[in-house]
Ligand binder design. Structure first.
Ligand code: IVH
Length: 677
């Protein structure tokens, strides 16, 4: 019996490994996601019932775990060096000359894309992944094996005629699509977006929990094989061999026999790189013959047999007209540069982010400076430097403001923070309006008829000065109220008619049914994004319990750090906030929940996107069923999505994306079947 079970487990593992490879490396799945999930579930159930057959390289390990990683250091068998950089054809020609002088005129190069991610070294013993180690200081790096196992394009077990022991190196990266999804989610959760895909790949790899890494959509190209018994003495042949063992090897590389061919490859990718689904920052040129590589050897820092060519970052020069200071709902001051419009990477740029006071000081900006703007993976372009030579001698230096541009209060810079804040959170208009806008927003109380214009109008007319006032608005307050445009001869730009008044009041009434976690998020407590609010609501199932929680109780919760805990405490210790909560209680908002924490269930390890409208459930009800059964809700479709639960009027872009990524699309009834069977 036990032998049969072992064979069954083995057969499931082999099949699942093959299906993973078909999907993530070859892009050619031949079973449906549903079938895959069923097989995986069968494997996980068998493995749980028979721990004696555990294998740390089982495909079930790909989902990651919730155990916190502390990274041990591992010494690299071969030092992990980097490459020398070149920036133009002349420097490439110099490299070619050095190589030909040492060897002969007849050299075969391989040109590859230079992936913009974070380097990784994978060691395999007898065909199984042993260790995955970061570059670290080049001598030793962090053992990130558990995290790397969640990357589906990295084989855990090899097929074919692989050597017993070898290392293969490559680059872990986040594809563009995944990068924007991660950032959209971060913004929705009130977290700062990642500056670029490279940083987020490196950051993701160092996450404490591999289950979180599994959600990041990481991918990996392998481009360098090391070992005592490699299959061939030609680099490109080794890579092709590695492809046959199951690795994801660069698709776009070229064997070049002359400098002209190398330059043609560079020029082609300089333009074509923008059509790739991931970022590259240059081209790597390598001598193809390993014996010649050995002859050329290494300098202290890099090989003499390879060089990188770095693409110019896309840059434009324009005039700095002025700097605006925006005040966010938390009082955070964000400086933004206004520029003379300029074309950059296909778009017109008028504004650039300056981030904080330190950046302004570092750039030594003056009014009317000619500045260089660059577009990396960033959301809005950034200023990289000012042209000091063209600056007028009397130009006025730009220094960070000392007082709030909106309410005149002196700014503070809390210890340990890079940002300045306006501390006048009770009276500073953009802070008050920002808090109300946040409260009514989609992820919070979701009062969709309550846009920015309406917040402005009601605030101006002194009908609301905090979120509690929303629930005292009446038909008589609102009907006929109008806003006019100062610029446009006082013409009315908005008037509350019968219908818009009713809509708003209905929206407000409906918001009283919005779950407690959303209300908690809507309060706009510093550092409490949507995810943290959910965690808090699950651990303290009423606002009263949360309000009387101690600092110790808060920090004990998984994912709640001291920064969040202190902020929660400080929020509830403010009598004005207590008064506000009383107002919300009187209004009848959901300030408690019966939800329990369930981590294991039917949907453990599955993620869902729920979209559209349904017959038997509201969207929120479906989401809560998913959570109660151990599943995860995602807001956008990605490769990590297990199912798109599509109701009526599901967004066409979500459907198209699911179709493209082969994410299984299920109806409400199919969802119920899944739950019940
Ligand atoms: S080969 C001895 N090939 O760029 C170094 N590196 O600045 C052999 N990189 O450390 C590296 N794409 O992290 C190689 N096709 C490629 C690459 C590549 C990206 C990274 C890698 C390397 C860094 C050099």
């Amino acid at each position: 019996m036990s032998n049969e079970i072992q064979q069954k487990i083995q057969s499931l593992r082999t099949q699942l490994n093959q299906h993973n490879h078909n999907y993530y490396v070859l892009n050619q799945p031949n079973i449906s996601d549903f079938e895959f999930d069923q097989m995986m579930k069968e494997l996980i159930d068998l493995e749980q019932a028979h721990p004696e057959f555990d294998d740390t390289n089982s495909p079930s390990q790909r989902v990651g775990s919730d155990i916190s990683n502390d990274f041990a250091q591992i010494t690299h068998k071969y030092p992990m060096l980097s490459l020398g950089n070149t920036y133009n054809e002349d420097e490439i020609a110099d490299f070619h000359q050095r190589v030909t002088k040492a060897i002969s005129d007849d050299i075969e190069y391989v040109c590859e894309l230079k992936y913009d991610g974070t380097a990784i070294g994978l060691t395999y013993e007898n065909g199984t992944l042993k260790h995955a180690v970061t570059r670290g200081d080049g001598e030793k790096g962090d053992d990130v094996t558990a995290n790397v196992k969640t990357i589906k394009s990295i084989p855990l077990k090899l097929q074919g005629d692989f050597p017993d022991n070898f290392e293969i190196r490559g680059e872990i990266f986040i594809p563009n699509k995944e990068f924007s999804i991660i950032n959209e989610l971060r913004i929705e959760n009130g977290e700062a977006p990642f500056a670029n895909a490279r940083n987020s790949a490196a950051g993701s790899l160092k996450l404490k929990k591999s289950a979180d890494v599994a959600q990041r959509g990481l991918d990996c190209y392998l481009y360098y094989m090391l070992g005592e018994t490699l299959p061939s003495s030609i680099h490109s042949e080794n890579l092709e061999k590695a492809r046959s063992w199951g690795f994801k090897i660069p698709e776009h590389y070229k064997i070049c026999n002359s400098l002209n061919e190398v330059n043609a490859f560079i020029n082609y990718w300089d333009k074509e790189r923008f059509n790739l689904p991931f970022e590259i920052d240059g081209i790597v040129i390598k001598v193809n013959d390993l014996n010649l590589q050995n002859e050329l050897g290494f300098t202290a820092k890099s090989p003499r047999w390879a060089i990188s060519y770095k693409f110019q970052a896309e840059e434009a020069c324009t005039k700095l007209v002025s700097v605006d200071y925006q005040v966010g709902r938390t009082g955070k001051i964000t400086p933004v540069a206004n520029l003379e419009p300029v074309q950059l990477a296909g778009t017109t740029v008028k504004r650039a982010s300056l981030h904080n006071a330190d950046i302004i000081t570092q750039l030594n900006l003056h009014k009317d400076d000619m500045v260089y703007v660059e577009k990396g993976g960033e959301i809005i372009p950034k200023i990289t430097r000012a042209d000091e030579n063209s600056r007028h001698s009397s130009a006025e230096k730009i220094s960070f403001i000392t007082h709030c541009p909106e309410c005149g209060t002196e700014l503070i810079r809390p210890e340990g923070e890079v940002a300045h804040f306006c501390p006048n959170d009770k009276q500073c208009p953009p802070q008050i309006k920002g808090k109300i806008e946040h409260f009514v927003s989609r992820k919070a109380l979701n009062i969709d008829s309550f846009g920015e214009q309406i917040v402005d109008l009601l605030f101006e007319k002194k009908l609301i000065k905090d979120i509690g006032d929303i629930y005292s608005l009446t038909y008589d307050n609102l009907n006929g109220l109008s806003r006019s445009s100062a610029e446009d001869n006082n013409s009315k730009i908005f008037t509350f008619q019968e219908k818009s008044t009713q809509n708003l009041l209905q929206g407000i009434e409906k918001s009283k049914q919005i779950p407690y976690a959303n209300v908690l998020f809507g309060l706009g407590i510093k550092h409490v994004g949507a995810t943290v609010a959910k965690t808090l609501s699950k651990n303290f199932n009423s606002i009263d319990k949360l309000s009387s929680s101690t600092l110790d109780e808060l920090v004990c919760i998984d994912d709640i750090g001291p920064k969040v805990a202190k902020s929660v405490q400080s929020y509830f210790s403010d009598p004005d906030n207590q008064q506000l909560i009383s107002k919300l209680k009187v209004a009848g908002l959901q300030l408690e929940t019966e939800e329990e924490i369930i981590q294991e269930g039917k949907f453990t390890n599955l993620s869902f996107v729920v979209s559209g409208t349904f017959t038997n459930f509201s969207r929120d009800e479906l989401k809560s069923i998913i959570e109660k059964n151990g599943g995860k809700n995602l807001s956008g479709v990605s490769q990590k999505t297990s199912y798109l639960v599509a109701g009526e009027k599901t967004g066409p872009s979500k459907l198209a994306k699911a179709d493209k990524l082969k994410v299984k699309i299920i109806s409400e009834n199919e969802f119920i079947d899944l739950l019940e069977n």
